[in-house]
Design a protein around this ligand. Sequence first.
Ligand code: ZN
Length: 264
Amino acid sequence: MAADAGTQVQAWRSRWVASLSAVGRRILDLGLPPLCPTCREPVADPGAVCSQCWSKLSFISRPYCERLGIPFAYDPGPGVLSMEAIADPPSYNRARAAVRYDETARTMVQALKYGDRLDLAPAMGRWMATAGHELLGEADALVPVPLHWRRLWSRRFNQAATLAQTVSRISGVPVAHDLLKRMRATRQQVGLTQAERARNVQGAFRVPREARPQVRGKRLLLVDDVLTSGATLDTCARILLRAGAASVDVLAFARVVQAHRAPI
Ligand SMILES: [Zn+2]
């Protein structure tokens, strides 16, 4: 009996503490304005970026290479491809990205990746959905680039999967998890030469046997946070095509763009 009473008191107390902290949270929520996810300045709407950070982001729009989505400094006319697309065509069909990978974009990517700033995902996903509008219209499923389980364990979540989920909510295209498996952790691609990058990701991914029926004949859209040299995404696309995918496109939040690209 005494033990029961003690348990009950404890239950009351924890319920009371829980409701008190809920009230406290409510007061905090009401008292604090939403903050810009990049610079932490107050903004009007939750999940919105302040006007200053917005102006620092370079959104990618046409004219760009229809194949790789690399922006052109001037409009060369419809259907013109970049030098890269002709000289070294990737396995994926088309790539699109929302913004150039500059300082502000990097802050956002790093904050999402390492800082658990999940509040950044809705804005980033929204911009990706706009940039990838045409690709999303033709895609059967979104395939986030997987992390190795060891890295997933230390970071607790995969930023590519988080972005894919946001894009999925906006576009209605479902996310297909586990179509690609990362066989080993790879070194960071940043700072490696193109040859090193290709070597770094060789054999790093595969399509598990049980996932093959979901790949065969499907138009897939690979999703990642940053498109650097494209070596990782190129490897993923090649493996999905080898497993029978009808086509593979790429959608990233940011892409590395060398200064002043001209079409050939
Ligand atoms: Zn800001």
